[in-house]
Structures are given as structure tokens and as C-alpha cells.
Design a protein around this ligand. Structure first.
Ligand code: BV8
Ligand code: ZN
Length: 248
């Protein structure tokens, strides 16, 4: 299932970049956005993950984020998250770019993380900017109101909002300068994140997709591995360790 070519590319790679989406957290029990049991099934993105939706109905949007925060508190990283921590330790230069806001990569121990769409455990007041990063405080709040009377919002990137410039630049830089680029557990429909695999490809990286089904990005990837990231990633790490042991 894991090609010898990929193992050789990883063994000789100076720099590896990874883009993850909701699919890598699916085996932890976090619903994906667009899959069958997707989060968006019950709600539509335009209704909830936008600033206008929040201003129109702050309690509904806040309740949706608290539902997701509670869910994330009850789950834990899965073997896919941990395999990426090991991969980070096996290659000279590693950047983990995630679209996920669930903080599971950090909880698994990944170090060089780029959070393109923010972090659901962080919040701030839209009026005075005061931070409310204590997730338990957020969970207690029914109505997201700051001491100053302003609305408190989750520190995530909503549709129509710009990604944090520093995070985007780090992601673009990593994708442009890597030898191997993985796109893992993402449907590749949300931009500009979904343009990163093409940026990597254009800059000569060996591009690999890991997903349980083909996506909009599959057609240009060098390798598409169909399967669960929680099973495939540990397999890749195992084969790379064997190959590195031979080298020495
Ligand atoms: C911006 C945070 C610019 C909030 C999210 C028309 C064309 C092109 C673009 C646009 C357009 N109209 C609008 C846009 C721009 C828009 C966009 O891309 N829309 C899409 C829907 C068309 N993008 C934006 O608005 C971005 N900002 O462009 O600003 C700008 C310029 C000027 C001025 C102002 C602005 C902001 C986008 C960020 C939105 N925020 N989330 C929150 O989470 O609540 S997006 C949301 O989708 C999540 O972050 C999620 O990560 C992301 C992507 O979804 P995926 O991660 O891919 O998850 P999905 O469920 O889709 O797929 C899961 C995959 O896993 C599946 O393929 C499945 O098969 C696979 N899988 C399942 N199980 C497993 C598995 N794989 C492996 N193993 C398994 N076990
Ligand atoms: Zn305030």
C-alpha cells in the first residue's frame, strides 16, 4: 500500500510539508464537515461559520461552537496525529499546516504547526479585543458578552474572512520549499488552503494525497493513497524507520 518510491522520497527529503483537514480527526470521533455524518449536515456553513451569521444570531453560532468545543474536550488524538509527530522527528525540516480548529495536533505533540483557520479553544471580544482563551469559561457562557458589552467570538477564520497573514505566509513558504507534500483528510474545496498542494507541485515537490476517497485535488497528485489516515500514516512511519535504519 505504501510505495517504495514514497519511502525513498521521504528518506532523502530535506523538507516535508503536510496539509491536514477534518478527515484526520474523523477517527478521533470529530465529525467532518462535508462527509455523510458531516457537521454541515445539520447546519449550513453560510448559516453559521460567517461573521454575518454571528451578528444576526450570536447565541445560535456561540451554541454551535460550544457544542463543538464540548465534543473536542471528550475526544483525543488518534494514531494519525501521533504518526505525524513521529514524522516530524524523522525528517530534517517539517511543517504541519492544518485547516482544523480542534487543537488535536498540538495535543498529540506536534511542534511546528500552522493553524490556517484558527483555534476553537480561543475567543476574543469584537469590540475591545479582550482575549477569552479559557475554554471552560467559554463553555459556561450562554450569551457571548464581554465585560465591555461587546460580543465575544471564536478565534477562527469564517467564510469571507482573511486567513491570518503570518500563518498563510508560513504555509505558502513551506509548500513552496518542500521535497514531499502530503494532503491528508481534506476534501480540497476550501480556498486558499486547497491551493497549497498545487503550489507544492508547481515548485517540484512529490505530492501525496491520503483520503478515504478521491477528491477535487486527486487528479494532479503524484500519488493517491486511498484509506484511513489513522492506519496509513503509522504504516508510512514504520517503512521510513526501516529505510533509515538501512542507511546508517
Ligand atoms: C477567503 C473555520 C479571501 C471555522 C473554515 C468560490 C470559489 C472559490 C473560493 C470561494 C468561492 N466563494 C467563496 C470562496 C472563498 C471561501 C471558500 O473557499 N469557499 C468554499 C466553500 C468554496 N474561502 C474563504 O472564505 C476563506 N477566506 O477566501 O478570504 C478574502 C479576500 C478578500 C477579502 C476577504 C476575504 C476562509 C475559509 C475558511 C473558512 N473556515 N473553518 C470553523 O471550523 O467553524 S472552513 C472549514 O472547512 C474547516 O476549517 C475545514 O477544515 C475546512 C475544509 O474542510 P475539510 O477540512 O476538507 O473537511 P471536509 O469535511 O470538507 O473533508 C473531510 C475529508 O476527509 C473528506 O475528503 C473525507 O473523504 C476525508 N476523510 C474522512 N475520514 C477520513 C478521511 N480521510 C482520511 N482518513 C479518514 N479516516
Ligand atoms: Zn470587550
Amino acid at each position: 500500500m505504501i510505495s517504495e518510491k514514497l519511502v525513498q522520497k521521504l528518506k532523502n527529503a530535506k523538507s516535508v510539508a503536510v496539509l491536514t483537514g477534518a478527515g484526520i480527526s474523523a477517527e478521533s470521533g470529530v465529525p467532518t464537515f462535508r462527509g455523510s455524518e458531516g457537521l454541515w449536515k445539520k447546519f449550513k456553513p453560510e448559516e453559521l461559520a460567517t461573521f454575518d451569521a454571528f451578528i444576526r444570531n450570536p447565541e445560535l453560532v456561540w451554541e454551535w461552537y460550544n457544542y463543538r468545543r464540548k465534543l473536542i474536550q471528550e475526544v483525543k488524538p488518534n494514531p494519525g496525529h501521533y504518526a505525524l509527530v513521529e514524522l516530524e522527528n524523522l525528517v530534517p525540516n517539517f511543517t504541519l499546516i492544518t485547516q482544523n480548529v480542534d487543537n488535536l495536533h498540538r495535543r498529540a505533540g506536534s511542534r511546528n504547526i500552522v493553524e490556517l483557520h484558527g483555534n476553537i479553544e480561543k475567543n476574543y471580544c469584537i469590540k475591545c479585543g479582550k482575549r477569552y482563551d479559557d475554554v471552560n469559561l467559554a463553555l459556561e457562557m450562554k450569551v457571548p458578552k464581554c465585560d465591555c458589552g461587546g460580543l465575544i467570538r471564536p478565534d477562527v477564520v469564517w467564510f469571507g474572512e482573511l486567513l491570518p497573514v503570518d500563518q498563510w505566509e508560513k504555509a505558502e513558504e513551506a509548500a513552496s520549499n518542500c521535497d514531499v507534500f502530503f494532503s491528508i483528510g481534506t476534501s480540497g474545496v476550501v480556498y486558499p488552503a486547497a491551493s497549497l498542494p498545487q503550489i507544492a507541485k508547481r515548485n517540484g515537490a512529490y505530492t501525496v494525497e491520503i483520503n478515504i476517497e478521491r477528491t477535487d485535488l486527486s487528479w494532479f497528485m503524484d500519488e493517491v493513497i486511498i484509506g484511513k489516515s489513522g492506519e496509513i500514516l503509522p504504516e508510512i512511519v514504520k517503512k521510513l524507520k526501516e529505510a533509515l535504519a538501512q542507511k546508517s
